[in-house]
Design a protein around this ligand. Structure first.
Ligand SMILES: Nc1ncnc2c1ncn2[C@@H]1O[C@H](COP(=O)(O)OP(=O)(O)OP(=O)(O)O)[C@@H](O)[C@H]1O
Length: 328
């Protein structure tokens, strides 16, 4: 649907704007409001035949949308629950490429920032953790790894489409197949460049080594602590080496304070993730079962309201910027 293109910048590169019509392989789509901006493109809302959709557009020469399209195609063939449906896609000359997909709600990074004290309830946090790990398991079963697991790459579905109870994974710009054409696991390539996001990167990523499925799960673990506890110790640290050191202390002398207030099974999950090597298949089900057990012990039902569906837990966002810099 969307083909690989040259990485060379062309002088025809441009992005369409709201009101413009983009022509897919099957249909034309009129671009609505801007929902978000990414590295090389923009995501627009779109209504097509009464359906609420999102159109992600990237400049032609910079685009990685062909990777994204491959992931969604594999996910859709398998009817995976936590992935958008890709309805169409295309390109215009050498100007831009686009894909048309399921419309999602705000991402989990933004939703947490809008909560009182930037903190989800334990109910919302644990249920996010379970669904995001299910999504990672599905992605891995489709033979891709994300290499950029973080709250900003997950979002609930849209209420307009009755998908608001389901958390979706999106943005596969850094995704990679971890098997070759014969379905054999790729061998580690030795030292590679940094990929992903400093706050959620695994220790292997910090040491610039090649990533595997276990690194997605380690990144998920940082997401788990952040969405349940409300923050990570290195939230205000920007220097990558200092973040790496903080992640190492969180496993040794600062382990107790890192996991203060967390259910005891978080400690067991971290020990287990740290025991995995490059080729191992992570024990997703074991972690999901542990988190489900915590939910049932605390009387948390899987279909409860999310915090963001409850007006009283959403704060006035006018002071967001100053509080963010104070709290990280
Ligand atoms: N299907 C969707 N429905 C609704 N909003 C979306 C959808 N996909 C992306 N967005 C919004 O657009 C923003 C940018 O999307 P995305 O992260 O896919 O782009 P990107 O270019 O890869 O971004 P980045 O450079 O931040 O990695 C997201 O944060 C999100 O708010």
């Amino acid at each position: 649907m969307v083909e690989a293109m040259s990485s060379q910048q062309t002088d025809t590169d441009r992005l369409p704007v709201t009101g413009e019509i983009v022509r897919g392989h099957n249909n034309d789509f009129s671009l609505g409001d801007v929902l978000g901006d990414g590295g090389y493109g923009t995501v627009f809302s779109c209504i097509y035949q009464g359906r609420h959709l999102a159109v992600k557009v990237e400049k032609y020469s910079k685009s990685m949308l062909f990777v994204e399209a491959s992931v969604l195609k594999a996910a859709n063939q398998r009817k995976l629950k936590h992935f958008c449906t890709m309805f169409d896609g295309g390109s215009l000359n050498k100007e831009y490429v686009f894909i048309v997909m399921t419309l999602l709600g705000k991402d989990l990074h933004r939703l947490r920032a809008e909560q009182v004290d930037r903190k989800f309830s334990m109910s919302t946090g644990l249920r996010i953790a379970i669904q995001t790990l299910e999504a990672i398991k599905e992605l891995h079963e489709a033979l891709f790894m994300s290499r950029d697991i973080k709250p900003g790459n997950f979002a609930p579905g849209n209420r307009l489409n009755q998908q608001h109870k389901n958390i979706f994974m999106f943005d596969f710009g850094l995704a990679r197949r971890y098997v070759d054409k014969n379905n054999n696991l790729h061998a580690p390539r030795g030292e590679v460049g940094w990929r992903g996001t400093t706050r959620y990167g695994s220790l292997v990523a910090h040491s610039r080594q090649d990533l595997s499925r276990r690194d997605d799960v380690e990144s998920w673990y940082y997401l788990l602590v952040e969405v349940t506890k409300g923050c990570l110790p290195w939230r205000l640290v920007t220097d990558r080496v200092a973040v790496q050191q903080a992640k190492m202390r969180a496993r040794s002398e600062e382990r107790a304070s890192f996991l203060t207030g967390c259910p005891p099974c978080f400690d067991e999950i971290l020990t287990d993730i740290d025991s995995l090597s490059f080729y191992d298949t992570p024990r997703y089900n074991s972690y999901i079962e542990k988190l489900q057990k915590v939910c049932s012990e605390r009387g948390i039902r899987m279909n409860e309201h999310w915090d963001w569906e409850d007006e009283s837990s959403v704060r006035n966002t006018s002071n967001l910027a100053s509080e963010c810099s104070a709290r990280g």
